[in-house]
Design a protein around this ligand. Structure first.
Ligand SMILES: Nc1ncnc2c1ncn2[C@@H]1O[C@H](COP(=O)(O)OP(=O)(O)OP(=O)(O)O)[C@@H](O)[C@H]1O
Ligand SMILES: [Mg+2]
Length: 256
């Protein structure tokens, strides 16, 4: 059995009195593609923000490549992780957001390079070359010196993707990355994700409402409902032949 690259162990998350995740257990294998579907407010974004260390779990553990993300050992005891521990474990994780969060005052190439140079401390020339190659790969090789404001939404999202990929994470998180785009731009972004997925090595967690896309690329689909994984299985089981009634109702909305 291969060890999971990510393991959620009884993860619970509350905001104030509201319990948003109610005991999530989940293993993600290296290279596995996991699609997360479910109604608004079911906790999809929260699940991936915990892994990106943008939120802290209320209880439970998240293990990344054998290391406890939120806890570390000190004098033989497990204590709350400090920033150094968090950033070291998080370096295996990359994320693309719904709103691209590019730096407006930097060119596309600079947007892509900045974390390589400033976080990974990679030589500037090499960072430049790696970034240019990655931008080429997402179809933006001609636009390196442009600024985000000069790009379409789909192009901006592809820059955001290149910026995350160039860090060579072991796990990439995508949170509804096409839902802020005009419909005619969705395809080009999904195409890039599909290409990356087919390359293989990286695990991916994709929160998505694109059911055909999930059916096509996912190894495993999770249906999140009210803070629990209400259903999980292959895309065929979960999307094409759902048994759970709430899942059937949820999927109805995507049939037209
Ligand atoms: N920082 C926060 N403070 C308080 N409540 C929050 C916070 N973040 C999320 N929530 C609440 O947690 C619940 C789950 O939110 P989450 O964003 O994970 O849902 P989601 O499944 O991603 O929904 P959507 O499909 O609308 O993006 C919601 O009820 C939301 O209002
Ligand atoms: Mg969300």
């Amino acid at each position: 059995m291969t060890e999971p690259i990510v393991r959620y162990q009884n993860i619970q998350k509350s905001f104030g009195d509201v319990e948003v995740l109610k005991g999530i257990d989940l293993d993600i294998k290296p290279a596995e593609k996991v699609a997360v579907i479910g109604p608004s407010g079911s906790g999809k974004t929260t699940i991936i923000r915990l892994l990106m260390t943008l939120e802290e779990p209320t209880s439970g553990d998240i293990i990344v490549d054998g290391k406890n993300l939120w806890k570390m050992e000190k004098n033989g005891k497990m204590v709350q992780a400090n920033e150094k521990h968090l950033s070291s474990v998080r370096s295996d994780i990359g994320m693309v957001f719904q709103h691209f969060n590019l730096f407006p005052h930097m060119t596309i190439l600079e947007n892509c390079m900045t974390a390589l140079v400033n976080v990974k401390k990679i030589d500037k020339q090499e960072a430049k070359q790696r970034s240019a190659e990655m931008l080429e790969k997402v179809g933006l090789g001609e636009k390196l010196e442009m600024y985000p404001s000069q790009l379409s939404g789909g192009q901006k999202q592809r820059v955001a993707m290149a910026r995350a990929l160039v860090m060579r994470p072991k796990v990439m998180l995508f949170d509804e990355v096409t839902s802020a785009l005009d419909p005619e731009l969705v395809g080009e972004v999904l195409e890039v994700i599909r290409d990356i997925a087919k390359e293989g090595e990286m695990a991916m967690v994709l929160v998505t409402h694109e059911m055909d896309f999930a059916l096509d690329i996912a190894d495993k689909v999770l249906f999140l409902d009210n803070g629990v994984i209400a259903e999980q299985g292959t895309p065929q089981e979960v999307i094409a032949n759902p048994e759970n009634e709430r899942l059937q109702n949820f999927l109805q909305r995507f049939n037209n």
